[in-house]
Design a protein around this ligand. Sequence first.
Ligand code: NAD
Ligand code: ZN
Length: 342
Amino acid sequence: MKALAKLHAEPGIWMTDAEKPEYGYNDLLIKIKKTAICGTDVHIYKWDEWSQQTIPVPMVVGHEYVGEVAAMGDGVRGFELGDRVSGEGHITCGHCRNCRAGRRHLCRNTVGVGVNRPGAFAEYLVIPAENAFKLPDDISDDLAAIFDPFGNAVHTALAFDLVGEDVLITGAGPIGIMAAAVARHVGARHVVITDVNPYRLDLALKMGATRAVDVSKEKLKDVMTELGMKEGFDVGLEMSGVPSAFSQMLETMNHGGKIAMLGIPPQSVAIDWNQVIFKGLTIKGIYGREMFETWYKMASLLQSGLDLSPILTHHLPVDEFEKGFEIMISGQSGKVVLDWEN
Ligand code: NAD
Ligand code: ZN
């Protein structure tokens, strides 16, 4: 079958002919319809330090997808052939304390689809059926293909109560922008988003941010004055992984503020702990998506009118994957969707 794989320990990703994966007793075989390119795939493409240490070569990559159930193991219940599914890319162990308590997103033995085991950039993908999510009919394939990063946005945005609150989002990447849309949809007051990329700040404004701040040109504190915010932000969503953005967030939070941290800094980072202590801040790390509470909420948010369609800025046939990666690397995009069906 056709697959996009990391074939060599050097920058790049290659179209290859891979073995169709075999499915086990509890697995689904999924025929892939569409996939989307994640920041992680870009790291693997560039072959940065993290990928060199993490990705065995050769490896079929990718974990954002939608497809149809093409076959299943005898032990599978609750799915039928032809069901439209996406899936949770974190395969959990099932026997650690958190798994057994139903907190699978906190499994310490998580294995990543398209990172530690063969991924979704292929004609077929195998995952345990318990990792699949059956999609309601009224959710488009394009949106279903980005449920993985949308889930990161929803998990982070809903970590704390946003109703009537002033929210600061640092980082207008695809996930930050989707989080702005969610924050607005669930009833936040000001949804202020920062970045240094004008294209993405514009997109954030189209999708629900109430004020976009290019921190290379404007001071966040001036914007707060303009908005009449005398005290500070109630909730912070860190979605850049950039240390200076997090420092800025700590400085502009109100006392008692709550921060959900999704962005992954490149290395360990020093912060001003006085901001945390004297303001009584709460900081919560966010990893992945809650299985499957976040997935149900994603479907319900879309069904209750959340419009995510502007984030889908580019569609390409999979044979033009090189162009797709170039667009992602340029930063002049929302999500890039690759079509596997033509
Ligand atoms: P992204 O790299 O597309 O977005 C990061 C954005 O931060 C970019 O638009 C960049 O221009 C912006 N930025 C750069 N400097 C900034 C500054 N000084 N202030 C504000 N913004 C600045 O990434 P993404 O795919 O949207 O993901 C967001 C973050 O979440 C990344 O750090 C990613 O590694 C991380 N992530 C974490 C998880 C998890 O489970 N914890 C899952 C997915 C992604
Ligand atoms: Zn576990």
